[in-house]
Design a protein around this ligand. Structure first.
Ligand SMILES: C[S@@+](CC[C@H](N)C(=O)[O-])C[C@H]1O[C@@H](n2cnc3c(N)ncnc32)[C@H](O)[C@@H]1O
Length: 271
């Protein structure tokens, strides 16, 4: 799992992700949805933290944040974000969930990590066992815009449809089978992707769709010239998103548990 994620998240993809995040209102929308729970929390564990979309704003308001992130390029970007903001309360664990022990935290959070939040994932059971106050998951919800025009482009360029079953429903149904009835708050936010020019935009789609050769690139150039929106010097792929913030309080007590296990070292030594 972690190897796949590490291969997927190249340095270039992480760079694009960070640029999109800088324009996005994702974090305030998610943190707003769990505001009543967050008020009770001092520590958070962000599983699949990426480059810190939520870990960074959480660290700016909580006492301590642990970020579990297996992809080296993502973990490196997160360490840079932490350093740039002068944060000293973020521990980065460069590992996939389950590969290293982590101690309980008030809040366990996991946003947009499909393999952990899918139907049969053991994480759905394990996350609450690690949470002292509550759990929050974020998944795509019905009503999102067409992600990067994939619904249009997959049939044309890859000869197959894009997308699968509704992510939100899959997680909520799996939680119901575990006896969990979470609050589900829908949030609408922007996840627009900026590019310097059309050539860079073509690179983006070629890489994300695993395309090669001049023919798809030429198709994309014409297609994107008609779809991207100019904003100053940049070209923007508009992407209005809807997500479900699935959250609940836990009543667990860890008095009889052998935890806590040692915390991983703080991010100081990371490149
Ligand atoms: C789409 S990104 C989301 C990042 C961040 N949570 C956000 O909302 O912006 C998914 C992240 O989960 C990480 N990931 C994938 N599988 C994982 C696993 N089994 N355990 C922990 N993290 C994982 C990936 O490396 C990637 O950084």
């Amino acid at each position: 799992m972690s190897r796949r994620s590490g291969e997927f998240w190249t340095q270039r993809k992480v760079g694009w992700y960070r640029r999109a995040l800088r324009r996005s209102d994702f974090a305030p929308k998610v943190l707003g949805a769990i505001a009543p729970l967050l008020e009770e929390c001092e520590t958070a564990l962000d599983v699949g933290a990426g480059c810190g979309a939520l870990a960074i704003p959480l660290a700016q308001r909580l006492r301590r944040v642990t970020a579990v992130e297996p992809a080296p390029a993502m973990a490196k970007a997160l360490a840079e974000e932490v350093r740039e903001r002068g944060l000293t309360n973020v521990s980065i664990v460069e590992a996939a969930w389950g590969d290293v022990p982590v101690p309980p935290h008030d809040l366990v959070l996991c946003a947009h990590v499909a393999n952990l939040l899918e139907r049969e994932s053991p994480f759905l059971r394990e996350a609450p066992a690690c949470a002292l106050k509550g759990v929050a998951f974020v998944r795509d919800a019905t009503g999102s815009g067409d992600k990067f025009f994939f619904k249009e482009l997959y049939p044309v360029l890859l000869g197959r449809p894009y997308g699968g079953p509704c992510e939100q429903e899959e997680t909520v149904e799996a939680l119901a089978r575990l006896g969990v009835a979470p609050t589900v708050t829908l949030i609408d936010y922007r996840s627009d992707q900026p590019f310097t020019d059309l050539a860079e935009a073509c690179d983006f789609w070629m890489e994300y769709m695993g395309l090669q050769g001049e023919e798809p690139r030429a198709f994309l150039r014409t297609f994107l010239a008609g779809r991207l929106v100019r904003d100053g010097d940049e070209w923007i792929a508009p992407y209005p998103k809807r997500a479900a913030v699935i959250w609940w309080r836990v009543g667990a007590s860890f008095s009889s548990s052998p935890l806590p296990l040692p915390l991983p070292s703080p991010p100081g030594g990371r490149g």
